[in-house]
Design a protein around this ligand. Structure first.
Ligand code: 6GU
Length: 235
């Protein structure tokens, strides 16, 4: 997969993709991440990318030209153009799965007070990563790239996300333990020491559901992402 990020602050990405799993995915050519400063596309003599809002009001608004030209330059037939904005659809694991199957993502990081409404016409999808306001889309784009890259086949062991991917939905992880089996009287559940992998798998799945019910019941509600998992259990 190729991911192109359009930003006014390329150096915010220094280091983010050069460690751990994402670095390995890049080294193994499973993902190709490119950062573009859309100021470079500005035709303004001063390379300006924003202007005052029509009708008045505070703040500066990102102009159409640099973003239209950047997207035009990078877009292919199979590209999906994403705009990061607090008014987008809330990002969920299901969307991460869907996006991990794409060939090419172009991610536009919004900044300042906002962007010219007409930028929406060249975008396939608007995404927000949660109900709070960030100074710009850069950190949100890192969240997208990380969560999508780990789902690309070959990036991590399939088993590592088989639980969060059940039915394309998201469950909280089951509890895990490592040595020692008894730490100052805090014991590891016997079943994990039993060597019976069928039973362990069942226990883990049950714990995942229990933990989700206890800590994030909203994920299991009728309109939640995991309704089918919940329903399946109750049948
Ligand atoms: Cl994608 N952008 C900004 N500026 N704030 C956000 C966001 C995005 N998602 C949540 N808050």
């Amino acid at each position: 997969m190729r991911i192109d990020i359009l930003t006014l602050f390329p150096s915010m990405f220094d280091g983010v993709f050069s460690e751990s799993i994402i670095k390995r995915a890049i080294d193994n050519k499973l993902v190709d991440i490119n950062i573009y400063n859309f100021r470079d596309y500005s035709k303004d003599p001063h390379h300006s990318v924003d202007d005052t809002p029509y009708g008045g009001g505070a703040g500066m608004v990102l102009t159409c030209q640099p973003i239209f030209d950047a997207v035009n330059d990078l877009k292919k037939d199979n590209s999906k153009v994403i705009l990061l904005t607090p008014s987008g659809v809330t990002y969920k694991q299901k969307l991460a799965y869907d996006l991990s199957k794409e060939k090419h993502l172009i991610i536009i990081c919004g900044h300042y007070e906002g962007f010219d409404e007409r930028i929406r016409t060249i975008v396939d999808l608007e995404i927000s990563i949660g109900d709070y306001v960030l100074t710009g889309g850069e950190i949100a784009s890192c969240v997208l790239v990380d969560s999508i890259t780990r789902l690309i086949p070959g990036v991590i062991n399939e088993e590592s996300h088989i639980n969060d991917s059940f039915n394309d939905n998201y469950l909280l992880d089951y509890p895990t333990y490592t040595k020692p089996a008894d730490y100052n009287g805090l014991k590891v559940p016997d079943i994990l020491l039993s060597g019976d992998h069928k039973k362990i798998d069942k226990w883990r799945y049950q714990k995942s559901i229990e933990k989700t019910k206890e800590l994030r019941p909203d994920l299991l509600e009728k309109d939640g992402d995991n309704y089918e998992v919940c329903n399946k259990e109750e049948k």
